[in-house]
Design a binder for this molecule. Structure first.
Ligand code: 5AD
Ligand code: SF4
Length: 471
């Protein structure tokens, strides 16, 4: 879009000063030995990445972090608006904080993220949850220190949403949750307006970060030991279109791939309408790029894809998949699916089933359609009952389970390179992941966490593999 050329602004000096002031206030206001913050993140990786920025700013404001809300001086929920279920959980969990605030009135309770960009939600919070002192949306992240400061010094509640959706800000400190798996946002917002989706309304228009800034952040992450880096954006295939000097996503990922080191590079999410052969070739030829393509198709029915405003049809989707299978040796394919979009019939749904049978995905993220206030789909006729949709949903899960089991069984006997990610609580086994994003469980020492190992696959249990170290 020609009117959305975005030039990045730096986090202002003023915000740095606010962080300093917050640190001074919190020294007096803290309940324990040091000021503590509790951050809970709902929803997608984009939200996780936003929370890592918030934590970065809080750390610079003198905060340490706790996993227990009861100990915290500052409690923040970073919320998700993509489905009703996520919103209901937030309302339930916020309600549960009422007693804590009554017991310790000096605690500041705050809500941020996608839900808070919706006027009706912000109003509901304002009216029904008077103990919530600070509310801000996704567009206000760059001046979070200022908002936090004014909540701490004024007795008034601070509510802010909207504006600024054409800008992006660099120089915000980041405190990453992981030490070897990390998120790297390359763009924000979405221009696609799929008719069911709230994201373009709550995250604004597409804005891409400058290629050189992304490259230097990737370099920094690789040098400091990150082994699994995921490039993030709502539609990474349209990366770079709004930059003063446009760059394609394939070019960006290929350039990152030239950085030396032992790491995997992933990305999400790709939109099938823009998934280019150039990108598939880049994955095929990459040294570090995972042989994994997450390509959400949402529905196998052309009629429903049109109603969803997806701008591709089943044939085009399958052509892209065929090209990926041809070029990328052992490609692992995953996808998102919505069941029960308004007007969807069982005949349409069967088209979704036949598509998943045809492609044979490694795994799927499946969702029952959830109406979102303000989106076109929420006004469409939706005659199918919730019970009927649940029945279809279960049918979909059964079919996918069969496919995943078949795919996983075919891997038994093979040797796979995996990244060891952690320890499974119940069994003390190690959890690992293949480049194609398949989980492998194996015996081994926790010292191996954060390292790449070769593992022989010994068993398959539905979509999970069992393996043993080969060295
Ligand atoms: N209802 C159900 N699922 C949705 N998604 C997005 N909006 C909705 C909605 N209103 C799903 C899509 C998307 C994923 C992130 O969430 O499948 O790809
Ligand atoms: Fe939502 Fe569609 Fe944008 Fe994805 S591409 S965030 S589904 S509007």
């Amino acid at each position: 879009m020609s009117d959305t050329v975005i030039v990045a602004d730096k986090l202002s000096e003023k915000q740095l000063e606010y962080m300093q002031l917050i640190a001074e206030i919190m020294e007096i206001r803290k309940r324990g030995e040091k000021p503590l913050a509790f951050i809970r993140t709902y929803g997608c990786q984009q939200n996780v990445a936003d929370s890592e920025k918030i934590k970065g700013m809080l750390a610079k404001s003198g905060f340490s972090f706790t996993d227990t809300p009861d100990d915290a001086d500052f409690i923040l929920f970073n919320t998700c608006a993509v489905r009703e279920h996520a919103e209901d959980r937030v309302f339930g969990n916020v309600g549960a904080l009422k007693n804590l605030k009554r017991k310790h009135p000096q605690i500041l309770i705050a809500l941020c993220g996608c839900m808070m960009e919706q006027e009706h939600i912000a109003n509901r919070i304002y009216n029904s949850f008077p103990f919530v002192g600070l509310v801000f949306g996704t567009h206000s992240l760059h001046h979070f220190p200022e908002l936090l400061y004014s909540s701490l010094v004024n007795s008034k509640r601070v509510f802010e949403r909207g504006n600024d959706d054409k800008k992006l800000y660099e120089g915000i400190p980041v405190k990453r949750d992981g030490t070897f798996k990390g998120w790297l946002p390359i763009m924000y917002g979405c221009n696609n307006f799929c008719t069911y989706c709230i994201v373009p309304y709550v995250r604004g228009r597409e804005r891409s970060r400058e290629k050189d800034i992304i490259l230097s952040e990737a370099r920094e992450m690789i040098q400091s030991g990150y082994k699994d880096i995921t490039l993030l954006g709502q539609n990474v295939n349209s990366y770079g279109k709004t930059l003063p000097e446009p760059v394609s996503f394939a070019k960006l990922i290929s350039e990152i791939d030239t950085i030396d080191g032992d790491y995997w590079l992933r990305f999400m999410t790709s939109h099938p309408k823009d998934c280019s052969k150039e990108l598939i070739d880049a994955i095929a030829n990459g040294r570090h790029i995972s042989k994994h393509l997450h390509l959400p198709f949402q529905s196998g029915s052309d009629r429903i894809l049109k109603a969803m405003n997806r701008h591709y049809d089943r044939k085009k989707y399958l052509e892209t998949i065929a090209y990926a299978k041809e070029k990328i040796d052992g490609v692992s394919l995953t996808s998102d699916i919505i069941v029960g979009f308004p007007g969807e019939t069982y005949e349409d749904f069967k088209e979704t089933l036949s598509l998943i049978r045809e492609v044979e995905f490694t795994s799927l993220f499946t969702f029952i359609y959830s109406p979102r206030v303000g989106t076109p789909a929420a006004k469409m006729d939706d005659p199918i009952s919730a019970e009927e949709k649940s029945k279809w949903f279960r049918e979909l899960l059964d079919v996918q389970e069969e496919i995943a089991a078949k795919r996983c069984s075919a891997m038994v006997g093979a040797t796979e390179r995996v990244l060891i990610e952690g320890v499974k609580e119940k069994t003390n086994e190690l959890n690992a992941r293949t480049s194609g994003n398949i989980i492998v469980e194996l015996e081994g020492s926790p010292d191996l966490i954060g390292t790449f190992r070769n593992v022989k696959i010994t068993k398959a249990r539905n979509w999970i593999l069992k393996g043993e170290l080969t060295e």
